[in-house]
Design a protein around this ligand. Structure first.
Ligand code: C2E
Ligand code: CA
Ligand code: CA
Length: 555
């Protein structure tokens, strides 16, 4: 090539720019002459001389981290097959000091059948395409590629692998107590410790929302996976020290195996997530394998998720009313509004099944609002008809309860339907109060100041005791059916007597729910509990039937 003076100046300038860029510690390059089988790479990248390496595949074989070799080969193959325009790959190498380094490479075909690429050492950089710089684990998109490879390998070679997916259940209480930064430090510290329980070949990734996932590419039998999950739980329970504080984590794990459960990576993760949610509902520090039974319930839940948003529009919801009966005075003192859903594909779906899904998917706000309106419209009607129905009780989900202007909305609705707030009782579960301590107390106080009554629902199912409720203002305590069902047991009778005695200091009424038999009624009576709700007196009734009952009581 012949260059004139101007050309030479330009070339020199370009060379010196290139030189200074390459002199940066993190930047290097390699070139691979494919026809002649020569390979050159700057020594500073790895610390090695590489005088025996003659190709990029050889470089990958000798230097790339065992866990990333496959991805590195795959990236190269895509380039050589011309399925991509430029070469791009991110992988770890082990350098001369046995340090892991993350390299980001980007290159193109030069003439003479040569691949030339810039290498960027991204180990200390916050912009990294394949790893979570906080925990030094790989990230989600990179993990998904690896999972896909593993599934394909498992299919090809007829073996099984597993995915263990988990998150910390007590993270939000750690954030509440110590703040977000602290919680992040905890998660990062935990993330770094996961390596201790995993195999060297396992891939560990950090996913969004502080979830972690371990990929066991191949296992011999399930007990191996079972014990890995136990080790994760054990690890979480081992105190982590951050700023002189000892933190213990609660972890819930969901596990899927492949290729038997699915060969689709998105589906595998969804199944894991579902299994993890299942672990969360049975209690922290558990692991759940996604299996056939869970698969059935997964599909039902999916169907519920699909059908639920249209339930109001399609007129599929109904509210029924269950009377609360005062034994001594033989009077009805209230009605609890309970939602019913009948769907053409799913049949009757119990609120115990769809309310948790509505809460998770955010539909509970509109459904809850609808129930409140139905209950208030009914109360308005009954006031006009001059029925003595006492209070109308409405179940309030914690999601509704913590809405910003929940009280204002309720007050406005009571005005629209001309129902005094004192006739409306809000049932809030013991559990949801305990989860949000001070905040709940403030909301409750505001509601009571506005005239509403508060009932503690499902009392006896949570881990709280009566004294922890002392700071909450409430008018009614609803003894859960599980307590009532155990009335034959002297321990439970003793507990109930204790609850009833405490009424002397805290004036509230006690309602026994789920009362089904005469026998239970007499035990309750003997122990001083006089308001019952349950099949013994009446099942939940459609509005018309409830009116029939009220009519009877009027006479
Ligand atoms: P809950 O508030 O504890 O309601 C009492 C449940 O026990 C109701 O079930 C009721 O039908 C049932 N029950 C009443 N008496 C008896 C009895 O003698 N024996 C038996 N075996 N069961 C009895 P349901 O209606 O299926 O509601 C289940 C749960 O769903 C409720 O438990 C409540 O937590 C929730 N829920 C129901 N309606 C609503 C609603 O409108 N909003 C919200 N947020 N949750 C609701
Ligand atoms: Ca209730
Ligand atoms: Ca209950």
């Amino acid at each position: 090539m012949y260059l004139n003076e101007e050309g030479k100046i330009q070339l020199n300038k370009a060379m010196s720019i290139l030189d200074s860029i390459i002199s940066l510690e993190e930047v290097g390059f390699f070139s691979w002459d494919i026809s002649r089988n020569t390979f050159e790479i700057l020594e500073k990248i790895t610390g090695f001389k590489h005088d025996k390496v003659t190709s990029l595949p050889e470089f990958i074989d000798t230097l790339v981290h065992p866990n990333d070799k496959e991805i590195a080969r795959q990236d190269l193959k895509e380039f050589l097959d011309e399925t991509v325009d430029s070469y791009q790959s991110t992988f770890r190498i082990l350098d001369i000091n046995h340090q892991e380094k993350w390299l980001f490479c980007k290159g193109i075909s030069l003439k003479d059948n040569t691949l030339g690429a810039i290498i960027y050492d991204v180990t200390s950089n916050k912009f990294v395409t394949a790893h979570d710089y906080r925990t030094n684990l790989i990230n989600g998109p990179y993990f998904m590629r690896k999972l896909n490879n593993s599934v394909q390998n498992a299919l090809k070679n007829s073996y099984s692998g597993a995915v263990l997916y988990f998150e910390m259940d007590n993270l939000s209480s750690i954030i509440n107590r110590y703040g977000f930064r602290f919680a992040t430090d905890v998660i990062n510290a935990f993330g770094q410790k996961i390596r201790e329980v995993a195999n060297f070949e396992d891939d560990i990734a950090r996913l969004p929302h502080d979830r972690f996932v371990i990929l066991r590419k191949q296992y011999q039998n399930l007990s191996e996976i079972e014990s890995l999950s136990q080790e994760i739980i054990h690890l979480a329970k081992t105190p982590i020290q951050i700023e002189e504080k000892q933190i213990i984590l609660n972890v819930s794990i969901g596990i899927t195996t492949f290729p038997d459960t699915s060969t689709n990576v998105d589906e595998l993760i969804r199944f894991c997530n579902f299994a993890m949610n299942h672990s969360q509902t049975i209690g922290s520090n558990t692991a759940t394998f996604f299996d056939a039974a869970l698969f059935t319930s997964y599909h039902r839940d999916m169907q519920i998720e699909i059908e639920l948003p249209n339930a109001i529009l399609n007129n599929e919801l109904q509210v029924v009313f269950q009377p609360q009966y005062q034994i001594l005075s033989k009077k009805i003192v209230g009605f609890e509004a309970l939602i019913r859903w009948h769907n053409k594909n799913l049949g009757a779906v119990s609120p115990a099944e769809f309310i948790p899904i509505a809460e998770k998917r955010g539909y509970i706000i509109s459904i809850g609002h609808w129930v409140i309106e139905q209950a208030l419209a009914t109360a308005q009607d009954w006031l006009e008809k001059d029925f003595d129905f006492g209070t109308i009780s409405i179940n309030i989900s914690p999601v509704e309860f913590k809405q910003n202007n929940f009280k204002e909305q309720l007050v406005a609705l009571c005005e629209i339907y001309a129902v005094p707030t004192s006739m409306v009782e809000l049932e809030i579960t013991e559990q949801s109060l305990m989860d949000r301590g001070q905040e709940s107390k403030d909301i409750m106080r505001a509601l009571i100041a506005a005239g509403f009554k508060i009932a503690i629902d499902d009392f006896g199912t949570g881990y709280s005791n009566l004294s922890s409720l002392i700071d909450f203002d409430f008018q009614t305590l609803k003894l859960d059916k599980s307590l009532i069902d155990n009335m034959n047991d002297v321990k439970y009778r003793y507990l109930m007597r204790y609850i009833i005695k405490s009424q002397a200091h805290m004036p509230y009424k006690i309602i026994a729910e789920g009362v089904e038999t005469e026998e239970t009624v007499s035990i309750l009576k003997a122990n001083g509990c006089h308001i019952i709700q349950g099949y013994y007196f009446s099942r939940p009734l459609a509005k018309g039937d409830a009116e029939g009952l009220l009519e009877k009581f009027k006479r």
